[in-house]
Design a protein around this ligand. Structure first.
Ligand code: HPA
Ligand code: ZN
Length: 321
């Protein structure tokens, strides 16, 4: 039994179509039928369409109890696949669009994490994210909310959204604010954009990890920079294939990155949208990248060593491996 850990998922994007429908009905909302395929999966084709479907699915998460349920269901699922540690990225902007305050969204997520830890012995932590295509001004507002409402389970700050909107340097003020308050940072780069976007992240933002970063493989100097700066890559192979970043697992650079000496980890990103799960990502690595159980446990070790939780929590988790 391989114990697992996950560093990269978008909490609002972890809710299954079934849960999204249940929350919609609980909140007396109707969802457009275009959100779903006939087989009850989420419907989208391009990355930008995916982001729209994500926004729509998120709109049904309207109360702290809803956030609690989304978090709890996701951590329960992860624990069922032998995950012992999961960082979830939350999006106060999505909560605000659904009419919820920062504090309400946080309270719900915290309750979900506490309940899941009590029932399933899975440890959860929160990375609060801003949305890149909503722009730098909005990112500062999110960063201020984070630093003005510190919580022990909030350990990081990051950014998702359209990788081609604005420049990463525009977001330095928001990231610096959170970094100076003691939070660790990650950012999406090198997925939809090329290696130059990973360089830009390292040039302008105080990040310890890169969300995806897989296209770093196109630039040997960047690979050396990632090693020198001890950057961890949050690799999500299933997401990369679903979004067409690579056409097959045989073309995916996971093994090349690993062999070049990069710190690579495994995550599921937006599991129901990309037809995956943390368990499935480890299965992909076993089947397509030929990793042994021992090597997969090594991936979990890398994830835990580079998790944003405090060292004592990480040491306890590492002792379980
Ligand atoms: N990528 C970028 N931004 C996102 C994603 C993603 O997979 N999910 C939600 N926001
Ligand atoms: Zn992501």
């Amino acid at each position: 039994m391989v114990l697992k850990a996950e560093l990269h998922n978008h909490l609002e994007g972890t809710a299954s179509p079934e849960l999204v429908k249940r929350l919609a009905s609980r909140n007396s909302m109707s969802l457009p039928s275009e959100l779903f395929n006939d087989d009850e999966t989420f419907k989208w084709t391009t990355f930008l369409e995916f982001l729209k479907a994500y926004d729509l699915a998120s709109s049904v998460i309207k109360t702290p109890e809803d956030y609690r349920d989304v978090t709890y269901q996701y951590l329960k699922q992860c624990a069922g696949q032998n995950a012992i540690y999961v960082e979830v990225m939350s999006s106060p902007d999505h909560a605000a669009m659904a009419g919820m305050s920062y504090q309400d969204h946080l309270d719900g997520i915290v309750q979900g994490i506490e309940d899941a830890q009590a029932y399933f012995d899975v440890v959860g932590r929160i990375i609060v994210t801003c949305v890149r295509h909503l722009g730098p001004e909005r990112s500062i507002e999110v960063a201020k909310q984070v630093v003005n409402n510190p919580h022990p389970l909030v350990v990081g700050f990051g950014m998702g959204g359209d990788e081609n909107a604005h420049h990463l340097s525009d977001f330095s003020p928001a990231f610096n604010l959170c970094h100076e308050a003691g939070l660790l940072c990650n950012v999406h780069a090198g997925e939809m954009a090329g290696p130059e976007s990973v360089h830009a992240a390292l040039d302008h933002l105080p990040v310890k990890r890169i969300g995806h970063g897989v296209r770093s493989i196109e630039d040997p100097e960047l690979i050396q920079r990632l090693i020198d700066q001890d950057i961890t890559l949050e690799v999500c192979p299933g997401s990369n294939i679903a979004l067409g970043v690579y056409s097959s697992f045989a073309d995916h650079p996971f093994l090349k990155l690993r062999e070049a000496g990069c710190k690579v980890t495994l995550s599921s990103d937006d599991p129901p949208f990309f037809h995956t799960s943390i368990g499935h990502e480890y299965d992909i690595a076993s089947k397509h990248f030929s990793l042994s159980d021992e090597e997969l446990t090594g991936i979990t070790r890398t994830s835990l060593e580079n998790a944003f939780a405090d060292q004592k929590t990480k040491d306890k988790l590492l002792a379980r491996l």
